[in-house]
Design a protein around this ligand. Structure first.
Ligand code: WTA
Length: 635
């Protein structure tokens, strides 16, 4: 039996039991047999939930790029590491071998060094889905710089917030990005952001769209020029197991985005292990995850997890609807994709289109279908199963988070029997717990509660950059000795988990986490707005959409409401990005508040969801009379 690769349900249970009874032995064996270390660890795990502090493989020395690249050069040098499928299907796909990848990563690493980047420095990466994005991450890791990738759909304000929070010394970006029929000008977004980011000393530019861009002398450099001057060999920096590998920002229910910090060794071991098992990846397979590297799914399951296994990973620059709704299926046929990992929102959007878009293509290469980012509803599950999997291919509904680093609850394909809308069983090493209203763990089956994890796992985020207190409060203060996920879940009679959704003020729109507070803060900047409250309501493609209740300063504001709505969405686009725009905006005289002045979102949520029959007791509100008015004006 191999602990690293689970091949039967019996093996899964055996391995799982071992991972719970002897976690250190379990992870040590996996780490020892499947990775290259410059020096072995002293201790596998030490932890203290009250600090909180978690250390895995402490004392070990390694570099993740030696595991993701160098060690493959001998046996897999000519194997394709990354396939790049451009936005425009007429542009030729690129096949980057492990040898090419090594040269490109090493060269870029030398450029970073030449520009003064040293171990521990933060480098912001703001790039479209082109190979340079993965290469930039790996080049940082090569020299021990901490990358902070910001999704290239974020606005200049959101980008600036993230650059400043971790005082990045450099930004790697491109002239522009292709997304479907659109060309986006990334450079001017970066220029606007950098007006308020004094920490940034240099900007490296990748040419992609060849549009006109302004170059600031002494700060901006064309990467192609710099690459000419460097060697394609760069020794890997020796890193401690617990040295930070990257920061990735995620929305919280309040205020600033949280810069989740991931460590080197634990993250590597866990993402590689889960990649192997959740996708049953075999040597000759071709794997495709449609996420953007700007999100955790791309970090763990486009870049690090696949490359640590010597896999071939496909990066797609475009969108599922361009040039038509058959694009995903065309790519699967063209490259003979074996594992396909996407989001429910994409499935729902494609399920609305003519079935010919799917049926035109030969999808017989597919072995595993994955879903991630939000609950997959029953209808979307069946559509995916029937039309893409042809009822023969398992769907793995994988639940996890930016904070968890890797897949936590997920069927192992061809091993765990799947069930629509269930993420099924925990990965080995993961010990979920459901907590009731009183804060007690519910040990029985057939219960629903708040989802926590009661034992450390290697890829858990170690802190929030610059704010350990917030890390403690957000994740470790709700229940002693446990990590609180912010999600609700139920466990059925056989022990399968089904994630029921967020239990905090984070709303998942098209698979993107959006905190209500930053959106409200943006809206409140509008000069006519007094206050606002955002809630989610069901949307048949996005899963959830945003509904805003807005109180204006002047009652009887005479301005055209549609114009105001546009202005409000414009402000949101500027502060956060178009992904956070509101679908519905209702103007109201007042918001329902508790006597202590807190907005009662529960009531607003019910009104937005048109569930007004049972609003519960509103008599304790400070201003119960406003509820009737809001119901009348509901959109
Ligand atoms: C939600 C994405 C149900 C959940 C990897 C979680 C899911 C948040 C699933 C994290 C799933 C993710 N079923 N809900 N299979 N996967 N979620 O940080 O609410 O972008 O807390 O990480 O997405 O989103 P994040």
């Amino acid at each position: 039996m191999s602990t690293y690769h689970i091949k039967s349900l019996e093996e899964y249970f055996q391995v799982y039991r071992k991972s719970v009874r002897h976690p250190e032995e379990f992870w040590a064996e996996i780490a020892e047999e499947n990775f290259v270390w410059r020096k072995k660890w002293g201790r596998v795990l030490s932890y203290d939930f009250s600090k909180p502090e978690f250390k895995w493989f402490e004392g070990a020395k390694l570099n993740i790029t030696e595991n993701c690249i160098d060690r493959h050069l001998f046996s897999r040098g000519d194997k394709t590491a990354i396939i790049f499928e451009p936005n425009d299907p007429k542009e030729e796909a690129q096949h980057i071998t492990y040898r090419d990848l090594s040269a490109r990563v090493n060269s870029l690493a030398n450029v970073l060094k030449a520009k003064g980047i040293v171990k521990g420095d933060r480098v912001c990466i703001y790039l479209p889905m082109i190979p340079d994005l993965a290469i930039a991450c790996l080049a940082c890791a090569r020299i021990g710089a901490i990358h902070s990738v910001v999704f290239a759909g974020f606005s200049s304000t959101a980008l600036a917030t993230r650059i400043k929070d971790s005082s990045c010394k450099m930004v790697i970006t491109s002239d522009g990005a292709y997304r479907g029929a659109k060309t986006l000008d990334l450079k001017s977004i970066v220029d606007a952001a950098l007006e308020s980011c004094p920490s940034v000393q240099s900007v490296l530019l990748v040419k992609r769209t060849y549009n006109e861009i302004a170059m600031k002398a002494g700060r901006d450099y064309l990467l192609s020029d710099l690459l000419e001057a460097v060697s394609s060999e760069c020794p890997a920096e020796e890193m401690d197991a617990e040295d930070p590998l990257f920061i990735l920002y995620t929305s919280g229910s309040t205020g600033m985005p949280k810069g989740m910090v991931h460590s080197t060794a634990g993250y590597m071991v866990y993402t590689a292990y889960t990649f192997k098992n959740a996708f049953q990846y075999r040597e000759e397979d071709l794997y495709w995850c449609t996420a953007d590297v700007g999100w955790i799914t791309g970090h763990s399951y486009i870049v690090y997890g696949p490359l640590a296994n010597g896999a071939t990973t496909l990066m797609f620059e475009g969108v599922p609807s361009y040039p038509d709704f058959g694009r995903f299926w065309e790519i699967i046929e063209k490259h003979q994709v074996n594992q396909f990992y996407t989001a429910p929102t994409a499935i729902r959007a494609l399920a609305k289109e003519n079935l010919d878009f799917v049926n035109k293509y030969d999808l017989s290469s597919l072995k595993v279908l994955g879903s991630v980012g939000e609950p997959i509803n029953e209808e979307a599950w069946h559509w995916y199963n029937s039309n893409v999997g042809k009822r023969k291919r398992p769907i793995i509904d994988s639940w996890w988070q930016t904070e968890t680093g890797g897949i936590m609850i997920c069927p192992i394909p061809y091993v765990t029997p799947t069930l629509p809308t269930y993420a099924t069983l925990p990965m080995p090493g993961i010990q979920p717990a459901l907590i009731d209203e009183e804060g007690r763990e519910m040990r029985a089956n057939q219960v629903e509660g708040r989802l926590c994890i009661k034992f450390p796992w290697p890829s858990m985020a170690r802190t929030i950059w610059g704010n350990h207190q917030r890390y403690k409060e957000t994740y470790f203060s709700a229940y002693d000795g446990m990590y609180f996920t912010g999600d609700g879940a139920l466990r059925d009679e056989v022990g399968y988990y089904r994630i029921t959704g967020r239990v905090d003020d984070v709303i998942i729109v098209s698979g993107h986490n959006l905190g209500t507070a930053p959106i409200e803060d943006a809206i409140n900047e509008h000069p006519a707005v007094a206050e606002s409250a955002i809630v989610g309501f069901p949307h048949d493609i996005k899963g959830n959409a945003l509904y805003g209740y807005v109180c204006l300063k002047e009652t009887g504001e005479t301005r055209n409401q549609d114009n105001l709505r546009k202005e409000i969405n414009q402000i949101i686009t500027e502060h956060i990005g178009p992904i956070a725009k509101l679908d519905k905006i209702q103007f109201t005289e007042a918001l329902p508040k508790t006597r202590s002045g807190k907005i009662m979102r529960r009531i607003l949520r019910k009104i937005a969801c048109k569930e007004t029959e049972n609003l519960g007791d509103i008599s304790t509100l400070l201003n119960p009379e406003c509820v009737e008015e809001i119901i009348k004006g509901a959109l």
